[in-house]
Design a protein around this ligand. Structure first.
Ligand code: FES
Length: 106
């Protein structure tokens, strides 16, 4: 399934993710700027923050409790679509998932 990462200039990069792979790890292994994934996906850094586009919010599921806390603590610009991308696992249904990526992780 493909994931589209859009930077703040509106430029999109399409990455082929594997089923079961997280949106963070697909970005990190492909060198998508702005997604760092410092903790490797164990919910302790917040450097994998993205904004999921509205039309995909239902499909990516609910924000978990620990994710919710970390979004409050570690993310500069939390919006309705804010997610930690290490917590979103790709499925074939999510093909085309589009997320906006912050310029930098704070
Ligand atoms: Fe650290 Fe997602 S990679 S919280």
């Amino acid at each position: 399934p493909k994931v589209v990462y859009v930077d703040t200039a509106g430029e999109g990069r399409v990455i082929d993710a594997s089923v079961g792979e997280s949106v963070m790890s697909a970005a990190v292994r492909s060198g998508v700027p702005g997604i760092i994934g410092e903790c490797g996906g164990c919910l302790s850094c917040g450097t994998c923050h993205v904004w999921v586009r509205d039309e995909y919010l239902d499909q990516v599921g609910e924000v978990g409790d620990m994710e919710d806390d970390l979004l409050d603590l570690a993310v500069g610009d939390r919006r309705a679509g804010s997610r930690l991308s290490c917590q979103i696992r790709m499925t074939s249904e999510l093909d085309g998932l589009t997320v906006d990526v912050p310029d930098e992780q704070v």
